[in-house]
Ligand binder design. Structure first.
Ligand SMILES: [Zn+2]
Length: 237
């Protein structure tokens, strides 16, 4: 068995002149995708459950899936959270902590992603966490970690974890690499910072005994039709 880990960014209807429209999955697309997962008999599991599977243990549920969101957009709370709740699903949200509570802020200053968005505030993150959504770190500043000095990488990993743990009063054990950028040194640093696992943008499903700091995911984007989604869930290895 292999386990699909889906990853999303924004759950919203893009404005007409928005950039990188693929990062937007509309609320109605998202609802349809959750309906499909439910219909096919999938159960959502947490990254902790995934670690248990990685170690070679048998899963309690027949068709596990992990749903993740990167960056920490407020639209995850506004649009995705009610839909997840209505299907009894859980998910994981990876947050770049410098953006917490920022409105109309631009994630990437290098101009790669220049469309301003609203980001989750502490109160919303707490509510997600209280419901059972796993909160993970996506770094402090959403930097390319493979291009930074060792001490800067360590700060990105340690300070973001500490910040989240400070107000959640829970351990933050999982990381997702901004832009999917990492190398052996970054992986080592993630491990040393006290995380138990990290998610990449490497495409594919997770198999038992995979490296916990190099977990593959399957991107879901706004251009995906129902057939694309079914393909990704069922056939993609
Ligand atoms: Zn990101």
């Amino acid at each position: 068995m292999k386990i699909p880990v889906l990853y999303y960014h924004k759950i919203d209807n893009p404005e007409k002149n928005a950039v990188l429209k693929g990062l937007y999955v509309t609320p109605s697309q998202f609802e349809m995708q959750m309906k499909i997962l439910k219909f096919l008999g999938f159960s959502t599991i947490t990254p902790d459950d995934l670690l248990f599977f990685l170690k070679g243990h048998k899963m309690q549920v027949r068709k596990p899936v992990v749903i993740t969101f990167d960056d920490g957009y407020e639209n995850n709370y506004i649009h995705a959270f009610p839909i997840l709740k209505s299907y009894g699903f859980t998910a994981t949200v990876f947050i770049s902590t410098r953006f917490i509570g920022r409105k109309n802020a631009v994630l990437e200053e290098k101009g790669k992603e220049s469309w301003p968005e609203d980001f989750l505030g502490e109160k919303e993150i707490l509510e997600l966490s209280d419901y059972g959504i796993t909160i993970g770190s996506h770094g402090l500043n959403h930097y390319f970690l493979d291009e930074l000095e060792k001490n800067v990488v360590a700060k990105e990993l340690i300070a973001s974890k500490a910040y989240l743990e400070g107000f959640l009063k829970k351990n933050v054990c999982f990381f997702s690499y901004p832009y999917g950028r990492y190398n052996a040194n970054v992986m080592e640093a993630v491990k040393n910072a006290g995380y138990k696992g990290a998610f990449t943008t490497g495409r594919g499903k997770v198999a038992a005994y995979d490296n916990a700091f190099e977990l593959k995911r399957i991107p879901v984007n706004g251009y995906n039709t129902v057939f694309n989604f079914l393909y990704k869930i069922i056939f993609l290895q």
